[in-house]
Write a protein that binds this ligand. Structure first.
Ligand code: ATP
Ligand code: MG
Length: 333
């Protein structure tokens, strides 16, 4: 089957902000791309040792993608607990007490909804679900029981003036239920960029000091996405004092890495199994995409440019995306 630019455009092949359920499937491990074992392999091993981990990288470089891949539904033995910050007010994390409340509420909501959500994702055929489907049994089956979580929350809330110690015990009990099944619960703070817009230096510093110190009391691994912009006000040594394991998202250096990422998207999203990227990308185009990535440090930006270049090529009546399309799309902002 020949691949057309129309097919790519129709399938949103270069969508730069996929849903989390799809991120992991579209992920090409940095370890493969650069021939190391310092990113995904290290994160996986560290999580299984229950380490507190800082995953460090600028906006759009691939932190969420790495997390989604390593803690994705096909990974055996881990139970990720994504603690959402985007919709939460800043007070949610300003003290260990508030953090404990938020984490408890998150756990209970997840326990009740995970099975349902997974089923919904599976039913949604407009998105990439092949691998999610394959991981189905493991994913739905390994979540903590909603009844256990609800019971524990109930206990924590009905105790008048529940202390931080009570809440910590309740959380440890829930997470312990997961761990007893020989699974590793992993508390994930992925959308910490929420705080960048607040310019809230103090809040960030408090979270990384008191908040993280308290989180270490829980029987779980911890993964925190960290933006290097935080280091503008506090040194890494100071800010990450409690996050002993530090993993930096590496930079990609070659056009073949860009090719591998685009090829994965075409294969997965368009669904062609023996796609040749050279049918749609003219020679020199990936080098131009790599240049965009290098300048911005962002794969999201590189994909946005690919998306615009694809549409420009289509309106040109071209058969392929050329380097010229990429350069024009990049300079269009
Ligand atoms: N190794 C990779 N393989 C394939 N796609 C990737 C890879 N890394 C990043 N991407 C893609 O790049 C885009 C940005 O990645 P991601 O959302 O993970 O960045 P981020 O570091 O979490 O950004 P932010 O700080 O804004 O949250 C996404 O479209 C993602 O699919
Ligand atoms: Mg992210």
């Amino acid at each position: 089957m020949t691949l057309s630019l129309e097919a790519l455009a129709d399938a949103y092949a270069f969508e730069s902000s996929p849903r989390r359920a799809d991120l992991g499937v579209l992920h090409v491990p940095f370890d493969e791309l650069i021939g190391s074992n310092r990113t995904e392999a290290r994160l996986d091993a560290s999580v299984r040792r229950h380490e507190p981990i800082a995953l460090i990288g600028a906006s759009g470089c691939g932190k969420s993608s790495v997390i989604a891949h390593v803690l994705g539904p096909t990974t055996e033995g881990v139970v990720p607990v994504y603690v959402p910050l985007v919709a939460a007010p800043s007070q949610t994390v300003d003290t260990p007490e508030h953090l404990a409340d938020h984490l408890l509420a998150t756990l209970v909501r997840l326990a009740g909804s995970t099975g349902e959500q997974v089923e919904r994702d599976l039913a949604d055929t407009t998105t990439v679900t092949t691998r999610v489907r394959r991981g189905r049994a493991g994913y739905a089956g390994r979540w903590i029981g909603a009844d256990v979580a609800a019971e524990v929350l109930h206990q924590a809330q009905t105790e008048r003036n529940a202390t931080l110690a009570d809440k910590t015990d309740a959380l440890a009990q829930i997470l312990g239920t997961v761990a007893d099944g020989h699974l590793v619960p992993v508390i994930v703070f992925d959308d910490t960029d929420r705080w960048l817009s607040y310019e809230s230096v103090e809040l960030v510093a408090r979270f990384f000091a008191e908040g993280v110190r308290w989180l270490l009391e829980l029987p779980a691994a911890l993964v925190v996405a960290v933006h290097p912009r935080y280091f503008e006000t506090t040194s890494p040594a100071e800010l990450l004092g409690y996050l002993d394991t530090r993993i930096d998202i590496p930079s990609l250096e070659s056009a073949s890495a860009v090719d591998a990422i685009l090829r994965r998207r075409i294969e997965t999203i368009v669904g062609t199994s023996d796609t040749s990227l050279t049918e749609v990308l003219a020679s020199g185009a990936s080098a131009a995409v790599l240049a965009v990535y290098r300048e911005s440090g962002s794969l999201r930006r590189a994909l946005q440019v690919c998306h615009t270049a694809l549409h420009d090529a289509l309106s040109d009546g071209a058969q392929m995306i050329s380097a010229r399309h990429v350069v024009a799309a990049a300079s269009a902002g």
